[in-house]
Each structure stands twice: as structure tokens, then as C-alpha cells.
Ligand binder design. Structure first.
Ligand code: NDP
Ligand code: OXD
Length: 309
């Protein structure tokens, strides 16, 4: 039975080709040319329109084209008896690790200050800090957060991370619960957010939590825009409590033209491109789950809808 593909405005052709290499018998129907909705067995989607999934009566599994699934769970009508699978893709993990390491090093090696010096034609060496004296915090130690942590650990950073359940990752102190969150925040000169967006994590980066960071800290948000209370972040930037932020994700995307982030000198913005889901690397995981489902095995990375990730 066919798979419905929805990922506007992406080109579906690389996906059809990559999936075809792993599952030559899979028929991919690209929305809106889906034929009879009764035929559809799998839906592979990114930000599907509300109601689309509910209109597929024989749907067997919903496969997210992203690691985050809030774009699917936001639809109150998604079929609750159909498993929802999030994406774990080695290419996505590599891309995110690269981006996090790049921005942590950027702040660690004081690049914003050197850029300001260059603008003012100042020739001045700034003291260099050894990574073991640089405290970095990671919120979320799942596929992406743990991979980024391991990469940062290889530089020797002084790392602490926060997750819901207890973890053991070489080279990183791992904490849980509200006390654990504040223990991570209070020590993080550079804070990376890699949490999923759920009921519990929406707005988690607000005046209280961001205010708990040490004076002059930097924020790297590569998770979801709604983790951040934007006015609180802007106030803390204005006050100099936060020295700078790298924001890849926003409450409203594209970022509205009149948003203060566009022109805020200490804010680096990216158009939600820290890490891409690449057909070349992601198709094999997706195909593997389709094969598993067809042969009656449990799929991997099935979302717990109650937890929201
Ligand atoms: P995972 O589900 O693998 O990891 C999520 C982590 O967050 C887990 O460690 C989990 O804890 C922790 N967590 C969740 N809820 C809580 C909570 N209430 N309190 C404490 N810890 C919590 O997700 P991924 O690592 O694959 O992806 C993370 C997010 O990154 C995605 O949901 C997406 O929003 C974002 N993303 C952004 C991209 C971009 O280009 N900007 C690209 C890809 C993803 P535990 O391990 O105990 O369950
Ligand atoms: C994702 C994303 O969740 O790209 O995978 O944001």
C-alpha cells in the first residue's frame, strides 16, 4: 500500500529516489495527488495541514520528517490509535553536532569581541580560556543533545546536561528535575537548548531560567522558538546579563520582518537550518521502520504522545 509524502515546499523527488533505493516496491504519492485516501498506509510528513492525517482511514503509521513532532501533535484530530514515529537520522545528528560545536567555539574563543574590535580597528589580544575552564550546559540529552555533548567533551569542555531521565555520558555531569535544571543553568557560561517542544518545555527559557545563567552568558537555541520567551530574552540582552544569542528557531517562522531579532547586534539568526533531514541518510531509517511494521515488528523511535516526544 502507498505512502503519502507531504513536506511543502520541499522537492519530493530526492525522497522518492532515496526511498526507492531501500524499498523498490513502495509507491510514494505526493500530496495533493494522493488518489484514493483509503489506499494510504504510511504518511511521511513535515508540518502537515490540520485534518490531513485524520482523512486517511487505513493509515498504519505516521512518520515525521523531523526529529521534533510537535508539528504533528498540534493537530487535535490526528488519529490517536496510529503510531507516530520521530526521525532519528545520522545526517541530522552530524549537522546538529557541527552547528553546536561551531557556535560554542565561536563564543568560547570570543569571536564576537574580536569582530567588534575589527570594526573599531582595535589590535588587542583577549585572554584565551582552556576548554576545561569553560562551563557549557546542554538542555536535552537525547539523540542530538548527547551527540553534541560527546563532541564537546572531546574538546575537554566542563559540561553539564539536563534530561528527564537519568543518563550516563562520559565527560558530562547529568542532572534531572527542577533542581537539576537550575544547577545546570547557574553554571552555564554557554547554554545550548536541544529539548523537544512539549507542554512542559514551552517557554522554559524565560526571565527566571535565563536570569539564572551567570552574568555575560551566551545562549544557543537550536530546538524550537517557543522554548524562549522572546521579550524576556531581549530584556536580559538589553541589560547585558546575556551577552549574545544564536537563534536558529522562532515562534513564528519565517521570522516576521519587524522582529527585533533581525537587527539586534548580539543576536545571530539562522532560518531554521542548524540541521537538515537529508534523504540520503534519513531514507534508510524510514525504510527500516516501514519494513519492521510490515513484518509485525515494533518500529523504532515511536513517540509517547502523552510526553509529546
Ligand atoms: P530526543 O527525543 O532524542 O531527546 C530529547 C531530550 O530532551 C531527552 O534527553 C529528554 O529526556 C529531554 N527532555 C524532554 N522533555 C524534558 C523535560 N520535561 N525535562 C527534562 N528533559 C526533557 O530528541 P532529539 O535529540 O532527537 O531532538 C531534540 C529537538 O531538537 C527536537 O525535538 C527538535 O525540536 C529539535 N531539532 C531542531 C533542529 C533544527 O534544525 N533546529 C533539527 C532537529 C531537531 P529523556 O532522555 O530523559 O527522555
Ligand atoms: C527537526 C527539525 O525537528 O528539522 O528535525 O527542526
Amino acid at each position: 500500500m502507498p505512502l503519502l509524502f507531504y513536506s511543502e515546499p520541499d522537492d519530493p523527488v530526492p525522497w522518492i529516489e532515496a526511498l526507492g533505493e531501500h524499498l523498490p516496491d513502495l509507491e510514494v504519492r505526493v500530496w495533493p495527488e494522493i488518489g484514493n485516501p483509503d489506499d494510504i498506509e504510511f504518511a511521511l510528513v513535515w508540518q502537515p495541514p490540520r485534518g490531513l492525517l485524520a482523512a486517511l482511514p487505513h493509515l498504519q503509521a505516521i512518520l515525521s520528517l523531523g526529529a521534533g513532532v510537535e508539528h504533528i501533535l498540534a493537530d487535535p484530530n490526528i488519529p490517536r490509535n496510529v503510531p507516530l514515529v520521530r526521525l532519528v537520522d545520522p545526517g541530522l545528528t552530524t549537522g546538529m553536532t557541527e552547528f553546536v560545536v561551531m557556535r560554542v567555539l565561536h563564543y568560547h574563543r570570543r569571536m564576537p569581541e574580536y569582530e567588534a574590535q575589527r570594526r573599531d580597528r582595535v589590535w588587542q589580544l583577549l585572554p584565551q580560556t582552556h576548554p576545561s575552564d569553560r562551563r557549557v550546559g546542554i538542555l536535552g540529552l537525547g539523540e542530538l543533545g548527547s551527540a553534541a555533548s560527546r563532541a564537546l567533551a572531546s574538546f575537554g569542555f566542563d559540561l553539564a546536561g539536563w534530561s528527564r531521565s537519568a543518563k550516563s555520558i562520559d565527560g558530562i555531569a547529568t542532572l534531572q528535575g527542577e533542581d537539576g535544571l537550575f544547577a545546570v543553568l547557574e553554571r552555564s557560561e554557554i547554554l545550548v537548548c536541544l529539548l523537544p517542544l512539549t507542554r512542559e518545555t514551552e517557554g522554559i527559557l524565560d526571565a527566571t531560567t535565563l536570569g539564572a545563567l551567570p552574568q555575560g552568558a551566551h545562549l544557543i537555541n537550536v530546538a524550537r522558538g517557543a522554548h524562549v520567551v522572546d521579550n524576556d530574552l531581549l530584556s536580559l540582552l538589553d541589560a547585558g546579563h546575556i551577552s549574545g544569542a544564536t537563534l536558529d528557531v522562532f515562534r513564528n517562522e519565517p521570522l516576521p520582518d519587524d522582529h527585533p531579532y533581525w537587527t539586534y547586534p548580539q543576536v545571530m539568526i539562522m532560518p531554521h537550518g542548524a540541521a537538515w533531514t537529508l534523504p540520503k541518510t534519513a531514507a534508510s531509517t524510514i525504510a527500516d521502520n516501514i519494513r519492521r511494521h510490515r513484518s509485525g515488528e515494533l518500529m523504532t523511535h515511536v513517540v509517547n504522545p502523552e510526553q509529546g516526544y
